[in-house]
Design a protein around this ligand. Structure first.
Ligand code: SF4
Length: 347
């Protein structure tokens, strides 16, 4: 840690981003994440006033960002598009009409502890409250994680519900971030799900391979490949600068292992609300054999209004993307509404 701080301060003198530290494993990187706004600002050469604003804005959703991400942020720029995704702001405290703690009505969609059933054919398990990062725009930033199973044995009611519903063919492991769980626990979960005959697919929604690329380990790839369920991994990248060489290598390992990898992004003001940024992101993903899947309209969750981009702007951006890129490289622009039968496709 000390070594990293010294190296980081030398990097500032050279005007470069702080170098990513090396860790023994992904759990060590997860445990060593930055939690203190003052430390983050110090590492990134930002004014102490930025840290003060961040401390005030964080509320009950504190700063959390792994050091493996910091090297991708340009120092000294409080408007860096990667930084604004993770740095709390005073604007998060604003009460804005139309913004709620549960904008997607997930409390009403919870059919067993930790099991959400929103759409026909698939259900979602909230496997853990933990993430590698606290994204300031997260639609689950107020989610009551304490009501979900805390230990594997508490999942039995959910398994029984899934087993009783023949129409469910796919389970989405979500959270938090499911890859924050150890591989043995995930493998056990996958084995239990694979015992349910009508399940066919297992989807993983995760940001960990992007935040801490070391998370893509041999045991992870082994249990995903080993399950009889067809796997799909959906990662979350919003800006092309999030993909550095270690992230590209981690995604390459997944793809080489035959695991389909898709990306979902959220349209965010000041992050990716320009066609140049989105085009570069989509092309980079396709080059890595990751398919751009969804561009989400921001879910109106309390504390995130400053990130919202008007839908008309989003539609225009997609039209501009279509004029620049092949059709398969353009994500669907979608909005989720509580109680809907599926996502609304906006463009
Ligand atoms: S990684 Fe996903 S669940 Fe975790 S804070 Fe970010 S958006 Fe939310």
């Amino acid at each position: 840690m000390v070594r990293f701080a010294v190296m980081a301060s030398l990097a500032f003198q050279a005007g470069a981003a702080p170098p990513a530290p090396s860790y023994a494993d992904w759990q060590a990187a997860l445990a060593d994440a930055v939690r203190d706004p003052a430390e983050l600002c110090r590492l990134l050469g930002l004014a102490p006033s930025v840290a003060v604003a961040a401390e005030g804005g964080a509320g009950s959703f504190p700063l959390l960002v792994p050091r493996t991400y910091l090297g991708r942020i340009r120092p000294g720029n409080p408007e860096d598009p990667l930084l604004v995704q993770v740095l709390p702001q005073a604007a998060e405290l604003a009460e804005v009409p139309g913004y709620r703690t549960d904008p997607l009505g997930e409390a009403g969609a919870t059919c067993r502890p930790g099991l959400l059933w929103k759409y026909r054919g698939r259900s979602l398990m909230v496997t853990t409250p933990r993430c590698a990062v606290h994204c300031r725009f997260c639609f689950r930033r107020h989610f009551p994680y304490h009501a979900s199973p805390q230990v594997p044995a508490e999942w039995e009611p959910a398994f029984e519900r899934i087993a009783a519903e023949q129409s469910i063919h796919e389970i989405i492991l979500s959270g938090g971030d499911p890859l924050a769980l150890p591989d043995e626990q995930l493998a056990q979960l996958a084995r239990r799900l694979a015992e349910i005959p009508h399940l066919r697919r297992l989807r993983l929604h995760t940001r960990l391979p992007v935040m801490i690329p070391q998370r893509v380990t041999d045991p992870l790839v082994a249990w995903i490949r080993g399950t009889r369920l067809s796997p799909v991994m959906v990662i979350h990248v919003n800006h092309p600068a999030e993909i550095d060489q270690p992230v590209a290598a981690a995604l390459g390992r997944l793809v080489e292992a035959g695991i389909p990898v898709l990306n979902q992004a959220v349209l965010l003001r000041g992050v990716n609300d320009r066609v140049e940024v989105l085009a570069e992101l989509c092309e980079h993903l396709v080059d890595l054999r990751v398919m751009p899947y969804y561009l989400h309209q921001l879910d109106r969750v309390t504390g995130t209004a400053h990130f919202e981009v008007p839908e008309a702007t989003g539609v225009k951006l997609i039209e501009q993307l279509r004029a620049r890129l092949p059709g398969y490289a353009v994500p669907r622009y979608v909005r989720e509404t509580p109680g809907g039968a599926g996502k609304d496709v906006l463009a």
